[in-house]
Design a protein. Structure first.
Length: 322
C-alpha cells in the first residue's frame, strides 16, 4: 500500500512528473523496502512477544513499521543490539520525513478531490447556486458564520474507526481485552501517545492494528485540524462589530491615498486586503513588478510581459536575430 504511493501521486496530480517527485519516490521506496529487508533478515529485535532475540517476521515488521510511521511507538518491539538501535533511530527520522510526507500529500489530494466532488454534486442538485452568492460590500467585510459540517464529518469518520477498533480487540480470540481496555487502547493508540500497556498480542491483532493505526491517526489529525480551524473562524466571526466598518474605511483611505474616488483596481486591492486573501507585501511586490516593466500610461504591451517571462514566440526570436 505504501510502496504504491510514488506511482499514485503523479496520477492524482495529472501533471508531468518532476525530478523532485522521482527523487522523493525513490527515497521512499529505499526507506520502505530497505527497512523491510533489514528488519526481517539482519537486525535483531527483542519483545515481550518473543521467546528469543531474533529478526522480525513479515507480520511483525508491518506492525513495527506502522508504529514508526504513525509515531505510536508502543515499545513492545525494540532492537536488541546497539548497532540495531542506532540504525532504527536514524531509520525513524527517514521514515517520518519521507514516508509521512507522501502520506500527507496524498491525504491532502484526497480531501481536495472530495471537496470538488461535493461541490459538483451540489451544483447538480442546486443549479445556479453560485449566482446567488454574489456579495455586497458589507458581506465582504463581515465574515460568514462558520459551518461545523467538516468537523462533524471528520468526527464521524474517527468515531467509526474507533468503534471498529474497540469491537475487534474486545472480541478477537486471543487478545483477551475487555471493552473498557479496548477503548483505552484505541484512544492511546490513535492519539499516537502509545503508552504501551495494552498492545496487540496476536498476529491478527498486529495486522489489524498496523492498518488502523494509519487510518485512525489520519482521521484524528483531520478532526483536530477541523476543530482548530472552526474555533479560529468562530473567533473572527464573533469579534466582528460595527467598529470593523470604521477600520475598513481607514484601510480604504490608505489604498486610495486619501482621495475621495475609488478606481476598480483600488477597490480590488481593498477587498483582497480586507478579506485577508492576499498579504499587503504580496500586493506591493506585484505593483513593483508591474512598475519595473515600465508601463506607458499604466498599460503594458503583451510582448513586454512575454519577454519578461522568457516565453518568446519563434517570430519574436527571428525578429530579434534580424
Amino acid at each position: 500500500m505504501l510502496g504504491s504511493l510514488p506511482f499514485i501521486m503523479p496520477i492524482i496530480d495529472q501533471k508531468p512528473v518532476t525530478k523532485t517527485q522521482l527523487g522523493v519516490g525513490a527515497a521512499m521506496l529505499c526507506v520502505l523496502f530497505g527497512g523491510f529487508f533489514l528488519f526481517t533478515n539482519i537486525i535483531l529485535f527483542q519483545s515481550v512477544h518473543f521467546k528469543t532475540v531474533r529478526p522480525l517476521t513479515i507480520i511483525e515488521c508491518i506492525y513495527f513499521m506502522s508504529q514508526v510511521i504513525t509515531t505510536v511507538g508502543y515499545g513492545d518491539i525494540t532492537p536488541a543490539k546497539a548497532r540495531g538501535q542506532v540504525f532504527v533511530g536514524f531509520y525513524v527520522l527517514g521514515a517520518l520525513t519521507v514516508i509521512a510526507m507522501l502520506i500527507s500529500d496524498i491525504t491532502n489530494h484526497v480531501v481536495a478531490m472530495a471537496q470538488a466532488y461535493k461541490e459538483r454534486r451540489y451544483e447538480r442538485n442546486n443549479p445556479g447556486w453560485r449566482d446567488g452568492r454574489v456579495r455586497d460590500l458589507r458581506s465582504l467585510i463581515k465574515p460568514e458564520r462558520p459551518s461545523p459540517n467538516q468537523l462533524i464529518i471528520s468526527l464521524a469518520c474517527f468515531g467509526v474507526i474507533d468503534i471498529i477498533w474497540v469491537i475487534f480487540f474486545s472480541t478477537y480470540p486471543g487478545e483477551g481485552k475487555t471493552v473498557f481496555q479496548a477503548i483505552y487502547m484505541s484512544v492511546i493508540t490513535l492519539s499516537t501517545v502509545g503508552l504501551g500497556y495494552f498492545t496487540p498480542v496476536t498476529e491478527g491483532g498486529m495486522i489489524f492494528g498496523a492498518f488502523f493505526m494509519l487510518f485512525g491517526t489520519a482521521a484524528l489529525v483531520s478532526t483536530i485540524g477541523n476543530f482548530t480551524e472552526l474555533m479560529v473562524k468562530f473567533n473572527e466571526y464573533e469579534r466582528f462589530n460595527e467598529d470593523c466598518s470604521s477600520e475598513a474605511m481607514e484601510l480604504l483611505k490608505t489604498v486610495t491615498k486619501g482621495k475621495e474616488e475609488v478606481t476598480e483596481l483600488q477597490f480590488l486591492k481593498f477587498a483582497l486586503l480586507q478579506m485577508d486573501s492576499v498579504p499587503e507585501t504580496t500586493l506591493q511586490h506585484i505593483q513593483e513588478a508591474f512598475d519595473n516593466l515600465k508601463p506607458t500610461k499604466g498599460v503594458l504591451d503583451i510582448k513586454t510581459v512575454r519577454k519578461s517571462l522568457g516565453d518568446e514566440t519563434p517570430r519574436d526570436v527571428e525578429a530579434k536575430d534580424q
